[in-house]
Write a protein that binds this ligand. Structure first.
Ligand code: HEM
Length: 408
C-alpha cells in the first residue's frame, strides 16, 4: 500500500475528540503517528498534554514498568479526577502501584483463574442459550440491549452474589457511571454522581446482607479479606465492589457488539466461522484486537526516563492507544486485515503486565459461548440500521445495533 503524504501538521490530530472515536477509530491518524512520531507529544485543551503511544513495544514497556510509569500518581485515565477524586481512584486496584496493588489484586485474583472460570462454563452456556433463545420465532432484534448486555451482567452478578431482581438497575447505573461522556447515556455531571451514590448505597446494603449471612461470593470475600493484617475500610470495599461491577459489564458488552459488527462487515470471515466453529477462539482474540473495548489507559512518569528513544519527564502523562498498538505492522502481519484465524495474536486490549485484566478468562469464555450459540441459532444476519456508537474517547461502546436474521 502506498502511503499518501498527509499535508496537515501532526498537531492537527486530536485523539481526545470523542466525536472522532464515535464515528470510528481514527486509524489514518494512528498509523501516521506510529510512522512519523510514535511517542508523540499531544496537546490537550483541558490538560497539560500527554505522550501518545501507538507502537506495541512502547505500550509493553510502559505497562510492564509500574515503577517508572505509575497508575497511582495521576490515575488510569486521561483527565485528572476532580478535586478529592484522586484519593478515591487510588483506593481502586486499577489506580494502585506495587506493592499495594498486588495485595489488593490477590483478594480477588483466585476467583478469576482459568479453573474457577471453567467451573462457571456450563451455567454460563445455559444462560447464553437462554438469552440467544429469545431470538426464536423472530427475525429482528436490537442486539446491544437484548443480547450483548444481559450476559456479562449475569456473570458478574453470579460472581458477586447480586440477586436477580437488582441486576438490571445495577447495570443501568454502571452504564451511566462509565459512559459519562455521552450526553444521551449520562445527560449531566449530576447523573453520573447520582449513579455513583446509588451504587455506593447498594454496595452498603449488600455488605449488611452478606455480613449477616456470609456466602462464598466475591462480595463476601471483599468483606473478609485482609491486606497488611487489616480488613478493607468501608470505602475501599465499596469502591472495589463498584469497580468489579463496572469492569465486568461495560467491556464485554462492547466486545460482543463490536465483534458482531466486525463479522458482519467481513461476511467471508463470518461464513468461515460458521463452517469452521473451531476457529471461534481465535476469532474472539481477533475481535478484541480489531476493536479494543477500551481506547486508552494512562500512566504518569515518576522519573525522567525514555520511551522508545524519546525523552519523557517525571510527571508527564502517557496514554496507551490500544487501537494503534494492536495494528502495529512490526508485530501483526497485514494489521488492517480482519481474519478469524489470526494466530499468534498478542493484542494488548486486556492491557499487559502488572494490571493485566483480571477478567480476561471470563471475557474470552463469554465471547466464545456467545459466538457459538449465535452462529448455531441464526443465519443471514445483517445490519438493519447504521449502528449507533458511544460518544467517548475511553470506551469503544455501541449504543444500538439493529439486526435482521433468519433462524438456522
Ligand atoms: C472484553 C472484555 C474486557 C476488556 C477488553 C478489559 C480490559 C481491561 C484492561 C485494558 C485492563 C488494564 C488496565 C490497565 O492497564 O491500567 C483491565 C483491568 C482489569 N479488568 Fe478488565 N477487561 C474486560 C473484561 C473484564 C471483566 C469481565 C472483568 C471482571 C469481571 C474485568 C476486571 C478487570 C479488573 C479487576 C482489572 C484491574 C486489574 C488490576 O488493576 O490489577 N475485566 N481490563
Amino acid at each position: 500500500m502506498t502511503v499518501q503524504p498527509d499535508p496537515a501538521p501532526l498537531s492537527a490530530i486530536d485523539l481526545t475528540d470523542a466525536s472522532v472515536w464515535e464515528a470510528a477509530a481514527p486509524h489514518g491518524w494512528l498509523d501516521r503517528l506510529r510512522r512519523e512520531s510514535p511517542v508523540h507529544w499531544h496537546e490537550e485543551s483541558d490538560g497539560p498534554g500527554f505522550w501518545a503511544l501507538t507502537r506495541h513495544a512502547d505500550v509493553r514497556q510502559v505497562s510492564t514498568s509500574p515503577g517508572e510509569f505509575s497508575s497511582y500518581v495521576g490515575g488510569p485515565i486521561r483527565l485528572d479526577p476532580p478535586e478529592g477524586g484522586l484519593d478515591q481512584v487510588r483506593m481502586i486496584i486499577i489506580g494502585m502501584d506495587p506493592p499495594e496493588h498486588q495485595m489488593f489484586r490477590s483478594i480477588v485474583s483466585r476467583a478469576f483463574t482459568p479453573k474457577m472460570i471453567g467451573q462457571l462454563e456450563s451455567a454460563l452456556r445455559s444462560e447464553t442459550k437462554r438469552v440467544v433463545g429469545s431470538l426464536r420465532g423472530r427475525n429482528t432484534c436490537e442486539f446491544v440491549s437484548e443480547i450483548a448486555s444481559p450476559i456479562p451482567m449475569w456473570s458478574i452478578s453470579e460472581l458477586m452474589g447480586v440477586p436477580q431482581a437488582d441486576r438490571h438497575r445495577l447495570y443501568e447505573l454502571s452504564h451511566a457511571l462509565i459512559d459519562d461522556q455521552d450526553p444521551e447515556v449520562s445527560p449531566s455531571p449530576e447523573a453520573s454522581t447520582e449513579a455513583l451514590s446509588e451504587i455506593f448505597a447498594y454496595a452498603t446494603a449488600m455488605a449488611e446482607r452478606e455480613r449477616a449471612r456470609p456466602t462464598d461470593s466475591l462480595t463476601s470475600r471483599l468483606l473478609t479479606a485482609e491486606v497488611d493484617g487489616r480488613r478493607l475500610s468501608d470505602l475501599e470495599y465499596t469502591l472495589f465492589f463498584m469497580f468489579l461491577i463496572v469492569a465486568g459489564n461495560e467491556t464485554t458488552r462492547t466486545a460482543s457488539s463490536q465483534g458482531l459488527i466486525a463479522l458482519l462487515e467481513h461476511p467471508d470471515e463470518l461464513r468461515r466461522l460458521r463452517d469452521e466453529p473451531n476457529l471461534i477462539p481465535t476469532a474472539v482474540d481477533e475481535i478484541l484486537r480489531w476493536e479494543p473495548p477500551i481506547h486508552h489507559f494512562r500512566r504518569t512518569a515518576t522519573v525522567d526516563t525514555r520511551i522508545g528513544g524519546q525523552q519523557v519527564a517525571a510527571g508527564d502523562k502517557v496514554l496507551m492507544w490500544y487501537a494503534g498498538s494492536n495494528r502495529d505492522p512490526a508485530v501483526f502481519e497485514d494489521p488492517h486485515r480482519f481474519r478469524v484465524d489470526r494466530s499468534p495474536n498478542p493484542h494488548q486490549s486486556f492491557g499487559i503486565g502488572e494490571h493485566f485484566c483480571l477478567g480476561a478468562n471470563l471475557a474470552r469464555l463469554s465471547l466464545r459461548l456467545l459466538l457459538e450459540e449465535l452462529v448455531a441459532a441464526v443465519t443471514d444476519i445483517e445490519i438493519a440500521a447504521p449502528p449507533r456508537r458511544l460518544h467517548s474517547n475511553l470506551i469503544n461502546g455501541v449504543k444500538e445495533l439493529q439486526i435482521g436474521f433468519r433462524p438456522r
